[in-house]
Design a binder for this molecule. Structure first.
Ligand SMILES: Cc1ncc(COP(=O)(O)O)c(C=O)c1O
Length: 431
């Protein structure tokens, strides 16, 4: 019997739910916070994804950030194919690894050395271990709404993935581990000062997404980030900028470049792997040489520095080196933001489009866009859910959560952006 394509989607959805929790390998993909079923994706082409039924969608998810060049960019695919022909993994240093390390460090000149791992989670987890090892202190500080991957001590008030499912913290994290993490509100220097006054000598590091993008997009005031730098210095704690999203996205040197603030540690992921599984942490030689094999802080990985991932990262960085890339992304972002803003205004919906370059977020509430997770009103999620469903039916794939951002890529054209804006306008029109 011939299977129709529509059968294929239903069949795969059913089977996925039988064999994988929620049918997914990462929770937010399950569409738990928006109506409808998640389409199963067959392929990506530039600025589009195509599902197994052949439906084509303008993609605003970009695999959650890595795909700054869009899907299946020819230079990246070619680099990966070439690397694959030479072997998939060696468990030994490869030339691409050395080159990618050099290219990354050129962009983050405060740092001398980088260690590659296989995910953003691993990067931050390892960087925290290094901070603890180097300072001999146990406490860490994070901010409400910032996500730093799913290692135990960082799954405390950790943004979208948890907020989407209504749980600030994860089960399974021992109280003793969570107790070593202090959580502060963003945009609140006084709260940070008070915490340092009380526990400053016990704090190994302060972690922050310098452009918080995991619980809405909550750009921070420069003075606040500077104050964190001062406080950490005064108290002998390290400052970790988690740039897994913002690194290479908002500028070649990420938020370090944009703010001019030098942290002690930076974590990267997503874009540096060009769509392959990569994470990295970087710092000065003094700090990084505390990592094994030179120092006492142990960290290792079978597939770390994988040659395919290094090739994808190098090809991506080479494309980003072309002149005008970031200006082009910024122009596209501005076009999308102004189109969305105009549509919201036309339909009388109080909202603000928050944007940093090619990263956008719909703050669907009255008044100034929030700078703290606690100021995001949960009612926005219902309206977002309706918009999401209508956009998807109209061929635009937005993140399936009101708390997640939209990413543009160099594969998006002005015409794509205009089509996305037109679909948004239609989504707001429908009753
Ligand atoms: C800022 C930040 N840090 C860490 C991570 C974890 O990265 P990964 O999903 O690759 O483990 C993410 C993932 O979205 C992130 O946005």
């Amino acid at each position: 019997m011939k299977t129709t394509t529509a059968d294929r989607m239903t069949d795969l959805l059913e089977r996925s739910r039988r064999v994988m929790p929620g049918g997914v390998s990462s929770p937010v993909r399950a569409f738990g916070a928006v109506p409808g079923d998640p389409p199963i994706v067959a392929r990506g082409e530039g600025a589009f994804v195509v599902d197994v039924d052949g439906n084509r969608y303008h993609d605003l998810v970009g695999s959650w950030g890595p795909l700054i060049l869009g899907h299946a960019h020819p230079a990246v695919v070619e680099a990966v194919e070439r690397a694959a022909r030479n072997g998939l993994t060696f468990g030994a240093t490869c030339p691409g690894e050395v080159e990618l390390a050099e290219r990354v460090l050129e962009r983050y000149s405060f740092a001398d050395r980088v260690r590659f791992v296989s995910s953003g989670t691993e990067a931050v987890m390892s960087a925290v271990r290094l901070a603890r090892g180097a300072t001999g202190r146990d406490r860490i500080v994070k901010f409400d709404g910032c996500y730093h991957g799913h290692s135990d001590g960082l799954l405390v008030k950790a943004g979208s993935g948890l907020v989407t499912f209504g749980t600030p913290n994860s089960a399974g994290v021992p109280e003793a581990i969570a107790a070593l993490t202090d959580v502060l509100p963003l945009d609140d220097s006084e709260a940070a000062e008070a915490l340092f006054a009380e526990k400053g000598s016990e704090i190994a590091c302060v972690l922050i997404e310098p452009m918080p993008a995991n619980n809405g997009l909550l750009p921070q005031r420069l003075e606040f980030l500077r104050r964190l730098r001062e406080l950490t210095r005064e108290h002998g704690a390290l400052l970790l900028f988690d740039e897994v999203i913002s690194g290479l996205r908002v500028a070649p040197g990420g938020m370090v470049e944009r703010t001019g603030i030098e942290p002690d540690l930076v974590t990267l992921g997503k874009i540096i792997g060009g769509g392959m599984p990569v994470g990295a942490y970087l710092a000065t030689a003094e700090l990084m040489d505390q990592v094994a094999p030179l120092g006492p802080v142990y960290q290792a990985g079978t597939l770390s520095g994988n040659p395919l991932a290094m090739a994808a990262g190098l090809a991506t960085l080479a494309e980003l080196d072309e002149s005008g890339v970031y200006d082009g992304l910024d122009r596209l972002g501005a076009r999308l933001a102004s189109g969305w803003s105009a549509a919201l205004e036309r339909h009388g919906i109080p909202a603000e489009v928050v944007r940093v370059g090619s990263v956008l977020w719909l703050s669907l509430q009255e008044g100034e866009a929030p700078r703290r997770a606690a100021d995001i009103r949960p009612e926005a999620a219902e309206l977002y859910g309706r918009i999401h469903a209508r956009m998807l039916a109209d061929g635009v794939w937005m993140a399936p959560s009101a708390f997640e951002v939209a990413f543009l890529s160099t594969a998006h054209t002005e015409a794509d952006v205009d089509a996305i804006v037109a679909a948004f306008d239609r989504a707001l029109s429908t009753d």
